[in-house]
Design a protein around this ligand. Sequence first.
Ligand code: PLP
Length: 376
Amino acid sequence: MTQLCLKHNAINLSQGTPAYQPPDEVKHAAIKAIQEGYNQYSITWGAPTFREAIAQKMTIFNNIPTDAAKNVTVTCGSTEGMLSTLLAIINPGDEVIIFEPYYENYGPDTIISGAKPVYVALRETYTENGELRFTYDVTELQKAFTANTKAIIINTPNNPLGKVFTLDELQQIANLCCEYDCIAVTDEIYEHMIYDDKQHISIGALPEMQHRTITVSGLSKTYSMTGWRLGYVVAPETLTGAIRKMHDFITVGAPHPLQRAGVAALNLPDSYYQELLQKYNKNRIRLVNTLKEAGFRCHPPEGAYYIMTDITDFGFPDDTTFAHWLVKEIGVGGVPGSSFYSRPNLGKTKFRFMFSMADQVLAEAGERLMKIKSKI
Ligand code: PLP
């Protein structure tokens, strides 16, 4: 979609790249680290000061008691963290449960690791007070667990739905993990982007899950530094050794000077996170209103910075045809919903927009989207 946007000079609301910059003090810390000589490899599983900062954050923010020496592996983004994790825990014949729609890497990561992906759909439902919720069917989830299940991948807040898993859901998943003796691998990269009264809960904080959860996260989104490639994996000591080996063989290590600056990022005051949330919340409300006015069916997401819309009312045969038309005729790019599903049919009427964008870009996108109805 990004290629198409470039070709047609369209506003790109498809890619998940933040529109913002890391705070100045974090950028200065990176420059300082380079000037002070931190230009060679760090310890392969992460610079000690950075691991300490991650352990502290995990213990306080995520409620997962974490030891920098025993539990933390610094990776080249959470993308590498997820792959190293699956390579570390998968044996031939294993199955991995993945909720769909999903962040696109989970399927390939599972297959590369030699496991069979088993998909469980997150479906639209409405609560008693009319609120849209995406959730799984309990029976479908139960059926997905077998004697071969090694892991279940959870992503909360979820890309592309913006779903935030509730305590009840996580408890249900935890019970199944215990029953089938499998591991929860959780990607929490959008953990600081949670709206309204929702709460971020790490499944690894549930007492029975502490020795069977691997938490994968990173600094890309929270500090607007996707190009720095700083991620981490927090795992029980028994699993950390294998993860570190995979990480070492794949990448050796994450950029050392940037890890030093990562400490400055993790030490930012609470006000940083509050301001970030305010910015994102403003964009969220603005784009939801714009999209509704333009004729999309959609609801404010609970977390992350994506809005999954329903395009049924526009009458296109499928989401991909709509995506091409929107870029060419309207000048706005988004992502066809089917690309987030193993069963593309489930996403045929869906279309994702992202809202980490500067005010003037969202304003211009809004003006363009208002022309949809007159052009159909
Ligand atoms: N996980 C999810 C759910 C994402 O949406 C993304 C990026 O869009 C990533 C991971 C990638 O993160 P990183 O930059 O840490 O590799």
